[in-house]
Design a protein around this ligand. Structure first.
Ligand code: TYD
Length: 205
């Protein structure tokens, strides 16, 4: 059996974690092994990088930020993702290259080309089989974040226009590759969103 690489993308506070938990339980119930993982922080090295990325005080240069995410990604793909796919597992991952394109490429305005090249170099150009984009307007997402969790991390604390650039880029990436992306309105109910994800995934299993 060949592995399947599925990523979840979207802004902060759109409900990726809830959907991933439900999807994992469902796929495991079908008898398939799921490797649930995330970036940044899917390895021991990555956890250290995650701390640096999200909680460093003071300015972090956008290029330094892009390189740290790429370093996390290189380690994660080599240590976790490729071995799992080689075993035939389903890898269900929170965030991947599209997050770098949206946050560093568009949010930090580094542009698509360099950020894409960096991630392709870091991963040997490993792209997901399916990317689920949970789309939500950033103002609504900010309200959800404020009510649901603790203090905002370094990226979450960015202004609304940053998060608007991130959202627009995710939608542009999805429009450019409609065969890879499933775009869902994250304002819908948890059950509706989950049902749409299962429908799209079923023929791939
Ligand atoms: P995430 O783990 O989704 O945050 P949380 O656990 O708080 O839901 O992601 C952490 C942050 O990192 C998020 O704001 C998006 C950002 N990020 C990038 O800017 N570039 C990247 O390449 C990745 C993977 C994440």
């Amino acid at each position: 059996m060949s592995g399947l690489f599925v990523t979840l993308e979207g802004g902060d506070g759109v409900g990726k974690t809830t959907q991933a938990q439900l999807l994992t339980a469902w796929v495991e119930g079908l008898g398939r092994t799921v490797v649930r993982t995330r970036e940044p922080g899917g390895t021991a090295l990555g956890l250290t990088l995650r701390e640096l990325l999200l909680h460093t005080e003071g300015p972090v240069d956008p290029r330094a930020e892009a390189l740290l995410y790429a370093a996390d990604r290189a380690q994660h793909v080599a240590e976790v993702v490729r071995p799992a796919l080689a075993r035939g597992d389903l890898v269900l991952q929170d965030r991947y290259i599209d997050s770098s394109l949206a946050y560093q490429g568009a949010g930090r305005t580094l542009g698509d080309g360099d950020v894409r090249g960096l991630s392709e170099w870091a991963t040997g150009a490993l792209w997901p089989d399916l990317t689920i984009l949970l789309d939500l307007d950033p103002a609504t997402a900010a309200v959800r974040r404020a009510s649901g969790r603790g203090e905002a991390d370094r990226l979450e604390a960015e202004k609304l226009d940053f998060h608007e650039r991130v959202r627009d880029e995710f939608l542009a990436l999805a429009a450019a590759e409609p065969e890879r992306f499933l775009v869902l309105d994250a304002a819908g109910s948890v059950d509706e969103i989950q049902a749409a994800i299962r429908d799209r995934l079923t023929p791939l299993l």
